[in-house]
Design a protein around this ligand. Structure first.
Ligand SMILES: Nc1nc2c([nH]c(=O)n2[C@H]2C[C@H](O)[C@@H](COP(=O)(O)OP(=O)(O)OP(=O)(O)O)O2)c(=O)[nH]1
Length: 146
């Protein structure tokens, strides 16, 4: 059996009830990903659940506390395949305390409209693009946007 590294990512939106904007981060490392945009998050550590890992990573990387909404389910139980060694589970989330700052792993954070070309045109980590498209479909016109 192949061991898959479990990564977790936060699709942090301005409002879980009526999402319009997504918070994205530009990675600083490793070299192959530096300058690319991603969902803040990281590896789940042993002894913690995926959601606990996500809360911890978001606190460490951005200095925020969040409430998590629904999972943006991927094609497998481990979420969205990133490469042959890692998969990422992604949850929608909303910040309830703190102002996000690029404390670790990012050199820029940006709120981007979910229905904008800007979002798709960012140089994402390529494995994230299907996730971004699924998120845009999920938060798109079918959702009440107030
Ligand atoms: N956080 C995050 N990682 C992603 C995304 N897309 C993607 O391919 N990855 C990859 C990059 C890394 O190889 C891996 C996540 O590792 P990481 O370096 O962010 O995790 P971490 O903070 O726990 O790492 P570390 O402390 O062990 O250095 O997943 C994404 O959208 N968000």
């Amino acid at each position: 059996m192949t061991f898959i590294k479990q990564i977790v990512g936060g699709a942090l939106v301005d409002s879980l009830m009526a999402p319009r904007k997504l918070l994205v981060g530009r990675r600083t490392a490793p070299p192959e990903f530096a300058g690319m945009w991603e969902f803040p998050g990281g590896k789940v550590e042993s002894g913690e659940s995926a959601q606990q890992g996500l809360h911890r990573e978001l606190a460490e990387e951005l200095g925020v506390e969040v409430i998590l909404g629904e999972e943006l389910a991927g094609p497998t139980a481990e979420g969205w395949p990133l490469n042959n060694k890692a998969s990422m589970r992604v949850w929608l989330g909303e910040i309830v305390a703190g102002t996000p700052k690029p404390l670790e792993d990012h050199d820029e954070l940006r709120w981007v409209c979910l229905d904008s070309n800007e979002l798709l045109e960012l140089p994402w980590i390529p494995a994230d693009l299907p996730i971004v498209r699924a998120l845009m479909a999920r938060t798109g016109p079918a959702t009440s946007r107030g």
